[in-house]
Write a protein that binds this ligand. Structure first.
Ligand code: BV8
Ligand code: ZN
Length: 239
C-alpha cells in the first residue's frame, strides 16, 4: 500500500481545545481592547516596546498552563505512522513540539524564544511572567523582542520555500483551525490543489478556503481530527 504524502497547516483553532484564545474569539482574545493586529507589528513595538511586551507577557502567562489536546496528539501519532508527513504551523504556542512532533515548520515563529534587536543573541525563555519588561539582551544590553513574525514582516524565505514544496508534493493537505485569511500562509494549501492533491479542512465554520476543499469537516478539531484519523488509518490498513 503506497502511503499518502500529507502536509498539514494549523492555526490558532487547534489550540482552542487547550484553552488558548484564538485571534477571532472577540472578547477573550482581546487585551485591553487592542486587536492583535494593532500590537503584533514592528511599528507598535518601535512606538511602545513595553506595551507590546505586556501583551506578549500576558499571552505567555495564558499559554504556560496549556497542554496539547487530542488534535495535537493525533498529529504526533500521524507523523510516527506516515513516512512523508510535514507539519506547518502558524501557531507560536509551542504545543505541537510538546505533543511530540519532530518535523515542524514554524511559519510565524515561537513565543517561547526571544531575540535581540541589536545583536544575534537568541534563546528560549519560558519564564512567565518575565521579571522585567521590556527585557534586555544579556550580551549587549539591547532591547529583546519575541521571536515571532509580526504583520508587515517577511517570513523566513527558506522556511517558506520548504513549506511551498511540501504542499506542492502532498497528496492531501490537512488545514486545521485557521481562518485562512493571513498570507502567505493561507496560500499554501492551494499548491496542493494546483498539483492534483486535495484539501481536507477541519474548522468550526466555513472559511474562504472551504470552496477549494474536498471536504470541510465541521466541529472542534480535538474531536473531529482523532475521529477522522481512526477511520483513515483503517483505509490504509494501518490499525
Ligand atoms: C508579509 C504571529 C510581506 C504573531 C501572526 C495590508 C497591510 C499590511 C500587510 C498586509 C496587508 N494586506 C495583506 C497583508 C499581508 C499580511 C496579511 O495577510 N494580513 C491579513 C490580516 C490580511 N501578512 C503579513 O503581514 C505577513 N507578512 O506579508 O510580509 C513582506 C514581504 C517582504 C518584505 C516585507 C514584508 C506576516 C503575517 C504573520 C503575522 N503573525 N502571528 C503573534 O501571534 O503575535 S498572524 C496570526 O494570525 C496567526 O499566526 C495566523 O497566521 C493568523 C490568523 O490566525 P489563525 O491561526 O487563523 O486563527 P484565527 O483566530 O484567525 O482563526 C481561528 C480559526 O479556528 C477560525 O477559523 C475558527 O473558526 C477556528 N476554530 C476555533 N475553535 C476551533 C477551530 N477550529 C477547529 N477546532 C476548534 N476547536
Ligand atoms: Zn544583544
Amino acid at each position: 500500500m503506497i502511503l499518502p504524502k500529507i502536509a498539514v497547516l494549523t492555526g490558532a483553532g487547534i489550540s482552542k481545545g487547550s484553552g488558548i484564545a484564538t485571534f477571532r474569539d472577540g472578547s477573550d482574545s482581546l487585551w485591553r481592547h487592542y486587536e492583535p493586529q494593532q500590537l503584533a507589528t514592528p511599528q507598535a513595538f518601535a512606538r511602545d516596546p513595553r506595551l507590546v511586551w505586556e501583551f506578549y507577557d500576558w499571552r505567555r502567562q495564558k499559554m504556560v498552563a496549556a497542554r496539547p489536546n487530542r488534535a495535537h496528539v493525533t498529529l504526533a501519532e500521524m507523523e510516527s505512522y506516515l513516512p512523508d508527513f510535514t507539519l506547518v504551523t502558524q501557531n507560536i504556542d509551542g504545543l505541537h513540539r510538546e505533543a511530540g512532533n519532530q518535523k515542524i515548520y514554524y511559519l510565524h515563529g515561537d513565543i517561547w524564544y526571544v531575540r535581540c534587536t541589536e545583536c544575534d543573541f537568541r534563546q528560549e525563555d519560558r519564564r512567565a511572567p518575565l521579571p522585567e519588561l521590556p527585557p534586555t539582551c544579556p550580551r549587549c544590553g539591547g532591547l529583546l523582542r519575541p521571536d515571532v513574525v509580526w504583520f508587515g514582516e517577511p517570513l523566513d524565505p527558506m522556511m517558506l520555500m520548504k513549506s511551498e514544496r511540501v504542499f506542492r508534493e502532498a497528496d492531501i493537505a490537512l488545514v486545521i483551525g485557521t481562518s485562512a485569511v493571513v498570507y502567505p500562509a493561507a496560500y499554501l494549501p492551494h499548491y496542493t490543489l494546483e498539483h492534483g492533491g486535495r484539501i481536507l479542512e477541519f474548522n468550526m465554520e466555513r472559511t474562504p478556503l472551504s470552496p477549494y476543499a474536498a471536504e470541510t469537516i465541521l466541529g472542534p478539531s480535538e474531536i473531529t481530527l482523532p475521529t477522522w484519523w481512526e477511520q483513515f488509518k483503517r483505509t490504509l490498513s494501518l490499525d
